[in-house]
Design a protein around this ligand. Structure first.
Ligand code: ZN
Length: 397
């Protein structure tokens, strides 16, 4: 049974956050509202979104949300829904040989935000806003996929696989597993880019520690300290990036450097300093290209790659998938636009493996990602579901 615990406070609008733990199993109807969210007869347009956002799921604690979503997909008529070996929520619609994978992520950054539905407070604002961690990044996009596929239903010869992946905000463990499990004809990745835009590129990332060591010297010796050497190394790396970027017009084509941290210390015989260097890579610089170049620039300092490096990815523009989404957005009165992002996404993990046409789609303003003010406009969510439904229908016909 589709069930959403529903508690209303007339002063606040609707608070779905009051008892999140009961959400999947309980149903409370408020007669003042006249809405019974607890019956599976009535498909409420926002139950998937609100229910999913109400399941707080920072990376590493996704289980409750995953279980909820698996049940939700079952109740929406998916042929199969299950938790895979990586802990991802998976829903399958249809048994055809051709496959579309719709990959969203179910984890969020930490920081719980009360789940509240309020009228849009802005003077010319429309509709209602749903506040909650993940409402934008990226449960809005994931819920959109779940609802759009439910509305499209089974299409002869095709299979839709909707995945709510875990750990995207950390090392993308969920997507790394998914990359090995499917070989889709088309891939749609869920990230917020406003309902009327299609994202075609995400940058790569290749973080590293750069360490400098020196023997101890008397402070009056005039010899360069490890800390001084580290500062010089940073300036060299920065100068390289500046010259690389000099003739690049678009941010997507540039090397974006960040000095994420710096520390130093010494013992009786040795002193050392370490820089934590982050970089967002363009498509034509792979992580291994970057590490090689960094080694070359820093001389005798030691480069240690940290975390998971991912290459940048730019999607092919002239594909049936992109055309389907352009039409889908237009069908809802939108003027579609393409965007290229400076962050990374699960696109970077799966696209190089699958090598099929791909796009990134999802409602919500990504400027609100990770902020305490994270919220989504329900009207935009609904448009995104209809646009995605229209796009999928065109794609598989
Ligand atoms: Zn995201």
């Amino acid at each position: 049974m589709l069930a959403t615990n529903f508690v209303t406070d007339s002063r606040m609008g609707t608070d779905y956050g009051t008892d999140k733990r009961m959400l999947a199993t309980d149903s409370v109807t408020d007669s003042r509202m006249g809405t019974d969210y607890g019956t599976d007869k009535r498909m409420n347009d926002f139950d998937t979104l609100i229910g999913l956002v109400s399941q707080h799921s920072p990376s590493g604690q996704e289980r409750g949300a995953v279980e909820w979503l698996v049940k939700r997909m079952k109740s929406l008529g998916y042929d199969e829904s299950f938790i895979d070996a990586a802990g991802n929520a998976v829903g399958v619609m249809g048994k055809g040989a051709k496959q579309v994978v719709l990959l969203g992520h179910i984890d969020t950054v930490p920081g719980e935000i009360p789940v509240v539905l309020t009228p849009n407070p802005s003077p010319h604002g429309r509709g209602e806003l749903l506040y909650g961690r993940g409402s934008v990044d990226a449960k809005g996009p994931l819920a959109c996929f779940v609802d759009a596929v439910a509305r499209v239903g089974v299409v002869e010869g095709w299979q839709f696989v909707v995945i709510g992946a875990v750990e995207e905000e950390r090392d993308s463990e969920g997507a790394r597993f998914v990359a090995t499990q499917y070989k889709p004809d088309f891939a749609i990745i869920g990230e917020p880019n406003h309902w009327d835009r299609i994202a075609l590129g995400y940058k790569g990332s290749a973080p590293a520690n750069v360490a400098v060591k020196r023997g101890q010297a008397h402070s009056a010796s005039g010899e360069q300290t490890a800390a001084e050497a580290a500062v010089e190394v940073w300036l060299k790396v920065k100068a390289y990036a500046d010259s690389f970027n000099a003739d690049k017009q678009k941010v997507f084509d540039k090397l974006l450097l960040t000095l994420r941290g710096m520390d130093s210390d010494s013992s009786d015989f040795e002193q050392w300093a370490r820089l934590k260097v982050g970089v967002r890579l363009p498509v034509d610089v792979s992580p291994s290209d970057w590490y090689l170049k960094l080694n070359e620039i820093v001389g005798d300092a030691k480069v240690e790659p940290i975390g998971f490096a991912v290459p940048a990815w730019g999607c092919e523009k002239n594909t049936p998938l992109v055309r389907a989404f352009l039409s889908g957005i237009r069908s809802q009165g939108g003027q579609p636009r393409f965007v290229y992002k400076t962050g990374t996404a699960d696109l970077n993990i799966v696209a190089p493996v699958w090598k099929c046409p791909a796009v990134v789609y999802g409602p919500g303003d990504s400027a609100l990602d990770h902020t305490p003010n994270e919220h989504i406009l329900l009207e935009d969510y609904e448009k995104s579901v209809q646009a995605a439904q229209d796009a999928l229908t065109r794609l598989v016909k």
